[in-house]
Ligand binder design. Structure first.
Ligand code: SAM
Length: 259
């Protein structure tokens, strides 16, 4: 048997937001390497013989370093297994899929990338926040709040501040810095902004404010991670388009640790 790796996007949270292709390969897996932010029901979809290996972060434990994950995946595929690397959202959006693909390619092993619904797009949709809307916003950018840290890559905050819609992942730990940087870079402090926590699940919560007031509002509301920040006029559409009722979802345990 020739082994193969599948770098699969599990979608933003709700289990049935995985793609049909993702579910098909998951049901044929011999081994599943999974992260945080994966619905547990998805792991039940793998065959009973499949080994389920958690490679994400646990509180108090170090995550398996990326190189170790690459090595493990290469070894399993080399041994002839069908290996599914299951990642939250889309594997190519802040998901290290490129590094894992490079390791497999360097080892001469076959792999397939199965795209997923990124939380950057799916979570705002579940909060009634379309990222583009005629007459409101005609472009969007996605960034992580790590860009607001000292180890950032030197991204141009004026360009981000000028985007009609800006989506910020890993938004909680540096929320105040991100909002302050955008205002300093020229964004109107009155711009609508929304935090969306644990989107698409029974635990989804939103917090609507302005760019200037959101950090204080979050100090009081304390929405838990993972969360996404959306800045731009589309954030105000949540006031009328919030269609999703989290209470309609079965409560289930997610591996939520993040940031
Ligand atoms: C390391 S990034 C991975 C992104 C992923 N590859 C994707 O396409 O969604 C993790 C971040 O995604 C966001 N995220 C993922 N799932 C989420 C959810 N259900 N609700 C809110 N934010 C979520 C959070 O900002 C979190 O910090």
């Amino acid at each position: 048997m020739t082994g193969k790796a599948y770098l699969v996007g599990a979608g933003p949270g709700r289990a049935d937001l995985i793609t049909m292709r993702g579910l098909t390969v998951l049901r044929q897996a011999d081994a599943v390497l999974y992260d945080r932010l994966i619905a547990p029901e998805l792991l039940d979809e793998a065959p009973s013989h499949a080994e389920r290996i958690f490679v994400g972060k646990r509180p108090g434990h170090h995550a398996l370093r990326q190189e170790r994950i690459n090595e493990l995946m290469v070894r399993l595929v080399h041994n002839g297994l069908q290996v599914v690397r299951l990642k939250g959202g889309d594997p190519c959006v802040f998901g290290h899929a490129g590094e894992e693909a490079a390791a497999l390619a360097a080892a001469g092993l076959p792999y397939e990338i199965v795209p997923g619904v990124s939380s950057a797009i799916g979570v705002p949709a579940y909060a009634g926040v379309p990222l583009t809307q005629r007459g409101v916003a005609s472009a969007f950018a996605v960034v992580t709040a790590h860009e607001a840290s000292e180890t950032a890559s030197g991204i141009d905050w004026r360009a981000l501040a000028a985007m009609p819609t800006l989506v910020v992942l890993m938004a909680l730990t540096r929320l105040d810095v991100v909002c302050a940087k955008l205002i300093a870079a020229g964004r109107d402090p009155l711009t609508p902004a929304i935090l969306i926590s644990r989107g698409t699940t029974a635990q989804q919560r939103t917090l609507r404010a302005t760019l200037a007031t959101l950090p204080d509002a979050q100090q009081r509301a304390m929405l838990p991670p993972p969360a996404i920040l959306v800045v731009g006029d589309v954030a105000a559409l949540n006031d009328t388009l919030a269609w999703f009722d989290p209470a309609s979802m079965p409560a289930h345990h997610m591996f939520w640790e993040d940031e």
